[in-house]
Design a binder for this molecule. Structure first.
Ligand code: DX5
Ligand code: ZN
Length: 220
């Protein structure tokens, strides 16, 4: 199983992205949180900023849309050429159409659920998506504590995905205390915001998280 560590730039310095991207060069990708102040209470940035990010880094951008009306916006992020675009099931009118539009632009399509949304709600849609995101905090803010019941949601999602080549991603409160258990439960793609950005040596922290996750998969 390939383990991927994607630092979330929600914890970065918003006026020094270029410098902060360089400090996480060991990452497998950069998780970009888009918040509109409606789907979640917080606000970040939009398309023009992501366009510039594409120009200043070679790392794949994993765009997480925490916005209303992803039916309108998701394809526009995909059209920038980002690596992946994830939408929230709770916000989509037509998830299958969105997935098709994201894939038509050459990006991977992701489907996310909030902590209170049941895994079984994903069932009708997983065949149209490339990755599934289990939120392990209420979306909106970095630095929150991991919701323990997310582990059982991961196990449920893993059982649902079976041998499908769909990536299983987790976002919220991931750090060195829980990453091995999450990998053991079936997560392959880890978003980590504060645990990476608060580290003095961010690349060392990324490598530590990756090796702990890899050790969690031993025996699988
Ligand atoms: C939360 C965001 C996360 C956040 C994670 O709504 O989707 O990506 O940045 O931050 P940590 O890892 O600090 O919980
Ligand atoms: Zn996120």
């Amino acid at each position: 199983m390939t383990i991927r560590i994607q630092p979330s730039i929600l914890s970065a310095d918003f006026v020094n992205f270029e410098r902060d991207f360089e400090s996480i060069s060991a990452a497998d990708g950069i998780h970009v949180d888009i918040m509109d102040g409606h789907f979640v209470p917080n606000l970040t940035f939009g398309l023009p900023m992501v366009k510039r990010m594409q120009e200043i880094t070679k790392l794949p951008l994993d765009v997480h849309l925490m916005i209303e009306n992803p039916d309108l916006w998701a394809k526009q992020y995909a059209a920038l050429g980002v690596f992946s675009v994830t939408v929230h099931l709770e916000a989509c009118a037509n998830p299958v159409q969105i997935a098709k539009e994201i894939r038509d632009s050459g990006s991977r399509a992701g489907l996310a659920i909030k902590p209170k949304t049941a895994v079984e709600q994903l069932v009708p849609y997983i065949d149209f998506f490339d990755q599934v995101l289990i939120m392990s905090v209420e979306p909106g803010f970095g630095g929150q504590s991991f919701i323990e019941s997310s582990i059982s949601k991961v196990l449920e999602a893993k059982a649902l995905l079976g041998e499908k080549s769909v990536w299983l991603q987790i976002d919220g409160g991931v750090d060195e205390t829980n990453i091995a258990q999450l990998a053991q439960a079936g997560v392959d793609t880890f978003v980590a915001g504060s645990s990476v950005f608060k580290a003095t040596d961010r690349n060392a922290q990324i490598n530590l998280l990756r090796s702990l996750a890899t050790s969690g998969t031993h025996g699988h």
